[in-house]
Ligand binder design. Structure first.
Ligand code: THU
Length: 160
């Protein structure tokens, strides 16, 4: 038996103001995207903004459905939109913000597992890391240097 050990680390900033201006701007795009969420069931709005290597920004928000599993998270909405609108253009950074109508979200809200899997597909495809910044409505911001820091030991096309 040989142990297989994974290590990953995140950076956590006390507030958005600690981050460079371009990241603050990207997060503000995520805030705006958050307001476009259609979340009548969870009352939990999420917005994502992706900065592409061509300088364009693509946004997404969660879109829910009366048939609950038919809804889609903000991150996947944004990534699939970027893939469809700008095929082959690398994704450099993504900012994500969540806001609940029920309680204050003051800590970073990490992307769900299904979104991590969807995002890592693009990271592997483009052979370059996608940097993630995620937060609640206010407060701390977490930074991951790569999707794979949130999803070690990935299942990707090399497994097929
Ligand atoms: N949601 C996202 O948009 N992103 C995530 O990573 C986690 C969850 C959405 C899905 C659903 O509309 C609501 O948040 C509550 O789960």
């Amino acid at each position: 038996m040989k142990p297989l050990t994974f290590t990953s680390s995140l950076e956590v900033y006390d507030s958005l103001g600690e981050l460079p201006e371009d990241i603050q701007d990207l997060m503000k795009e995520a805030f705006k995207a958050r307001d476009t969420a259609y979340a009548p069931y969870s009352k939990f709005n999420v917005g994502a903004a992706i900065l592409l290597e061509n300088g364009e920004t693509v946004i997404g928000s969660n879109q829910e459905n009366a048939s609950y599993p038919s809804g889609l998270c903000a991150e996947r909405t944004a990534f699939y939109f970027a893939g469809a609108k700008h095929p082959g253009v690398k994704m450099q950074k993504v900012a994500i913000s969540a806001k609940s109508h029920q309680r204050a979200m003051e800590n970073p809200v990490p992307p769900c597992g299904a979104c991590r899997q969807a995002m890592v597909e693009y990271e592997v495809k483009q052979n370059a890391p996608i940097v993630l910044y995620f937060m609640g409505e206010t407060g701390k911001v977490a930074k991951a240097k790569s999707v794979q820091d949130l999803l070690p030991f990935i299942f990707d096309s090399s497994c097929l």
